[in-house]
Ligand binder design. Sequence first.
Ligand SMILES: NC(=O)C1=CN([C@@H]2O[C@H](COP(=O)(O)OP(=O)(O)OC[C@H]3O[C@@H](n4cnc5c(N)ncnc54)[C@H](OP(=O)(O)O)[C@@H]3O)[C@@H](O)[C@H]2O)C=CC1
Ligand SMILES: CC(C)(CO)C(=O)C(=O)O
Length: 304
Amino acid sequence: MAPPPLPTIAPTIALLGPGAIGTTIAAALHEAGRTPMLCGRTALPSLTLRGDGGDLLVPGPVRTDPATIETTVDLLFVAVKATQIEAAAPWFAALCDARTVVCVLQNGVEQERRIAPSLPGSPVLPSVVWFPAQRQPDGSVWLRGKPRLTLPQTPAVGVVVAALQGTRCAVELAAAADFTSLAWRKLLQNAVAGLMVLAGRRAAMFSRADIAGLALAYLREGLAVARAEGAVLGDAVAQEILAQFQALPADMGSSILADREAGRPLEWDIRNGVVQRYGRFHGIPTPISDLVVPLLAAASDGPG
Ligand SMILES: NC(=O)C1=CN([C@@H]2O[C@H](COP(=O)(O)OP(=O)(O)OC[C@H]3O[C@@H](n4cnc5c(N)ncnc54)[C@H](OP(=O)(O)O)[C@@H]3O)[C@@H](O)[C@H]2O)C=CC1
Ligand SMILES: CC(C)(CO)C(=O)C(=O)O
């Protein structure tokens, strides 16, 4: 799809949530001379992205107090977890006004409706984040794939396309209906990654015949819900997603597994609960979700 015309004046850019995905996007922007203001929870002098081409340092500091922000920005990338949106509300109040484009770098098919109540009427651009990145014990981020985003073609998209133009992060635009299908496709991938949390294992577990069978059944359950929500996805998608997991390096994890290993709350509702919730809404049985969702919710939120 043809990109929209690009703005001519350099936008002011901030990035909220300089973790695995946030560091990758901050590094892409910095390499292109568009270093964003970094906003987070942990004060750091800089960020480090590790990739095939070596280390890339993104100058900070990471600011941690929204009260120190003097003016709103043109473009805000949000890369906190979906579970962290509420706690990040003071940042939205400080960084956004009604013309700030807020590009959400998260998983899930509900990005817009979850963040909009925290914003002062700013236009929201959801995204599909396709690449894997892992935070390392030394605080750096290991980029484990080619950075790639899909964005819906909306009036707000131009500023994001301009910001990421010529960077290491590829941007693809999709018409609204195609975006829905792609977002659901990615959601199904995320839902299956929840099985890694329950097993406490990485991608190699998908080489087991029993896990492959369970993943396929779960993917087919999700596919029925996705289609009821308007996604156009063929039957082959279930096998394709399973094959993707089976082709991953054996030690590849998932951001939800990283959260589980670190004892952090899990994005269980936006990645797994969503299939069950929308299934109920459409009258579609979700027996696998009915087992997986309470286990993930309890692993995340306790008690116990
Ligand atoms: N990692 C991956 O490979 C992928 C992740 N995604 C999605 O991208 C989104 C981001 O994930 P990911 O980058 O892995 O997450 P991370 O946990 O690595 O990063 C989250 C960042 O947000 C910061 N943060 C948390 N709470 C606040 C707050 N209240 N105010 C300011 N900053 C805060 C964290 O700070 P601190 O470190 O100090 O806690 C951290 O820097 C998720 O929706 C995930 O599902 C999508 C595709 C791939
Ligand atoms: C990298 C990928 C696709 C793996 O499930 C992901 O979205 C995540 O880790 O959250």
